[in-house]
Design a protein around this ligand. Sequence first.
Ligand code: PLP
Length: 412
Amino acid sequence: MNQIDTIEAGSRVRFEGDLSQPVPIPEAAIQRAVAIMRTGRLHRYDETRGDQSEVAALEAEFAGQLGRNYCVALNSGGCALFVALKAAGVQPGDAVLTNAFTLAPVPGAIAHVGARPLFVATTAKLTIDLEHLERQLADSGARVLMLSHMRGHLADLDAVANLCEQYGAQLIEDCAHTWGAAWRERPTGTFGLAGCFSAQSFKHLNSGEGGLLVTDDADLAARAAMLSGSYMFYLRHGAVPPPEHFSEIRLDTPNCSMRMTELAAALLRPQLALIEAWRDNWNQSHDRIAAVLRDVPHLSLPERSAKETYVGSSLQFLVTGLDRARLIDFVAESDAHGVHLKWFGRDDPVGFTSRYPHWRYAGDQVEMRESDAILQQICDMRIPLGLPADDCDLIAAVIGQAMRAALAKPIP
Ligand SMILES: *Cc1c(COP(=O)(O)O)cnc(C)c1O
């Protein structure tokens, strides 16, 4: 009798795997990293070695892959967001719009430039609410939207870009979960002034920590290179504009020391070619689990547009029509059987999950009742690359069984 059959027999199943398993580092990358460590030359600007930097090569390759002119490598995705805002000219005290449903480093990057995050409502598709975005653009005077493609759900990017243009706002995309994703086959990160990617272990590229900023704006790229901490080695970068763009910027821009190391770049370069295979692999698991969850009562999976190419490296669903006590039971039941759901509805945030009212430094926000209700319902789980089909079935079964158990509890 296999594990799924035991459910029919009435006993409980348990998932023993590890959903937090990051993507493994390709063997070629390990070899390269070891070779670099033997030289000790881990800093991107080596005075004697000249132009041979791994980081510069990564910048050129990443820009090429996304079809952008410029790329600057950084030490984290959050720092890429910070650098994009600062290079875009955001000043202390400015309002910057961003999604109500996002991860803490996004409002953190806004606060890092001394600006004020102003949140825009989320829809049940877990994307930015376009009507509220328009109202916020009109009412707040904010001149930048930091659009977070949170957990890889894409809003109508043509509509977002049009609204930004109409109100004279710059669009900066947070693509921490969308390396490999596209809207109308155009990669995310290319719809506005800049796109920011993360290479933190739990995203799609893995160098432990790392960030990549892409843009077609020459001055923004030059400022980003200086901000990243290039000293006067900016021409050693792999995808920056020609020297004349630096003549003033190099003296007007602070060095914020947010460089990527040679080691990180060596780990990342061989990963670039793998995204399509990884996307197919993730999506197979994602879609297999999602297909079962669609039939579980009270679970609702966010709809996706046919224009969206997504990367199912994580899966989200809303738990609707269930009282809070049962919702807490459901999450606890799933957890007790090995499927740890990140629930965004906790009063006190734990782990990676917090929601906008927890970010008190952001100050007063407009009331967003529907978003508040949606955020309370969001459950999220990572999907490790290469999850076997049996494990997908088991995970879906654990979640279904958790719901049945929660529903079977007597009403308190
Ligand atoms: C992880 C993440 C970031 C920040 O990336 P780091 O590289 O960890 O700084 C930004 N936005 C979202 C939505 C993320 O999930």
